[in-house]
Design a protein around this ligand. Structure first.
Ligand code: FMN
Length: 404
């Protein structure tokens, strides 16, 4: 059972990801990713991709392997420079041992610390078959990064998702010195405009993302030579999306009443990347609600490894209790305005942790600037919409979906 027996309301905890984590946690990571892809593929013929953040490094190898075991078609990775991924994906598809260097803060001249994964060790004597190699798409926000990745000595991505800063989730920071508007949002300027022609000239397939949840935008993308678009916000509040149901209906209602807006928050995410946050009531996207959450770090996916004075590796997160973060050598200014994305996002999909004092972790909702347009997917007389409604709008006609 995932529910704690002693306190029947709270989820049992698993250890936090760490460089010397147990084989059990590594296996659980493989299984979790396998299950996610397996369930997505169940009953459908379409292609399935899985998206990882480069910045979250420690679970990366077992996660990729679990997705490969389930036959994932595409692996996507952004929020960093995923230069080694083409090699890693080839290694793991061939059941070869592989490793990636892990960034350690305050590491001086130490040898790089590696995260290793061995499919043979995972198989524990079972025979391994060779797997289909999924394609790798790097998520980029500049032609310069796409060109750099295309020349990587670890192999080129198979294509790119090219994401503009109005997209939901994390965004690349503006280039150069950041200026902020009166709401404290980073200002993107001419230097941040993506040179799509230069990306087209690389010659690999690419998909445009960030404000492309509309037929006219899809047509525009295709006219630029894109293979298609990647859409998040339009699907995020449809019936099939993983956001908890009552949150979705409250969100649609709040948009109808013009009560919500999307903020590009430069502080909320412990990663340091700008993160889009919606100010829906009852979520930590409301400043006072977010500020009043007692800090606790018990999931730890965004913890940063750092070198301790005694030479060992420790882990810290700017959203953890301030005194803990400071004891670990973190700077107080890095804790200002931070939110616990781990607990907030799990709560948003209905898996909120229940605390001993009877409180529950409140949700955090991310969405892109397209949020203000999503009511167009709701048919007259209805209060919700389906993924098929979004596809119908995108394609200009109702697509025929083949179930198997
Ligand atoms: C609710 C939500 C969660 C997202 N989570 C991630 C994520 O974990 N990793 C990622 O690379 N992109 C994430 N994105 C970005 C999407 O993958 C996609 O690129 C983006 O939503 C496209 O722009 P749009 O929001 O304007 O449609 C997320 C977007 C939304 C709306």
């Amino acid at each position: 059972s995932i529910i704690d027996q002693k306190n029947d309301q709270s989820y049992k905890m698993i250890p936090m990801p760490a460089l010397n984590q147990s084989d059990d946690l590594t296996e659980l990571t493989v299984v979790a990713n396998f299950a996610e892809v397996y369930l997505a593929k169940e009953g459908y013929q379409g292609l399935i991709g899985i998206n990882f953040l480069e910045k979250i490094q420690i679970p990366t190898l077992p996660s990729i392997y679990g997705a490969i075991l389930a036959g994932v078609d595409y692996i996507l990775m952004g929020a960093g420079i995923p230069a080694r991924m083409p090699q890693v994906i080839s290694d793991l598809s061939d059941n070869q041992d592989t490793s990636i260097p892990i960034k350690i803060a305050e590491d001086g001249n130490n040898e790089p610390s590696l995260s290793n994964f061995s499919p043979t060790r995972f198989a524990n004597g079972e025979k391994l078959i060779k797997h289909k190699r999924p394609k790798f798409l790097a998520i980029v926000s500049s032609a310069t990064l796409a060109q750099h990745l295309n020349r990587s000595s670890f192999g080129s991505p198979d294509g790119f998702v090219v994401e503009a800063p109005i997209a939901g989730g994390h965004n690349a920071p503006p280039r150069g010195k950041t200026n902020y508007n009166e709401n404290g949002e980073p200002i993107y300027g001419l230097r941040d405009e993506i040179d799509i022609e230069a990306i087209h000239n690389i010659g690999l397939p690419f998909w445009l993302a960030g404000g492309y949840g509309d037929k006219s935008q899809l047509d525009k993308a295709l006219s630029y030579g894109a293979s298609g678009v990647q859409v998040g916000t339009a699907f995020a509040f449809c019936d099939e999306s993983g956001f908890e149901s009552s949150l979705k209906s409250r969100m649609l209602d709040a948009i109808r009443k013009n009560e919500v807006h999307v903020k590009t928050d430069p502080l909320a995410s412990p990663t340091g990347f700008p993160f889009k946050v919606v100010n829906l009531n009852g979520t930590i996207g409301i400043k006072e609600t977010g500020d009043s959450r007692p800090r606790i770090c018990d999931l730890g996916y965004l913890r940063e490894p750092y070198r301790k004075e005694n030479g060992q590796i420790g882990y810290r997160c700017p959203s953890e209790p301030e005194e803990d973060y400071l004891k670990k050598g973190g700077k107080i200014e890095d804790t200002f305005g931070r939110r616990c994305l781990c607990n907030g996002l799990l709560s948003a999909i209905g898996l909120e942790q229940h605390r001993k004092d009877g409180s529950k972790e409140l949700p955090l909702i991310t969405a892109g600037d397209d949020l203000k347009y999503i009511l167009k997917f709701v048919e007259k007389g209805k209060t919700s919409y389906s993924a098929l409604d979004v596809l119908t709008h995108l394609l200009g006609q109702r697509p025929v979906l083949k179930a198997i």
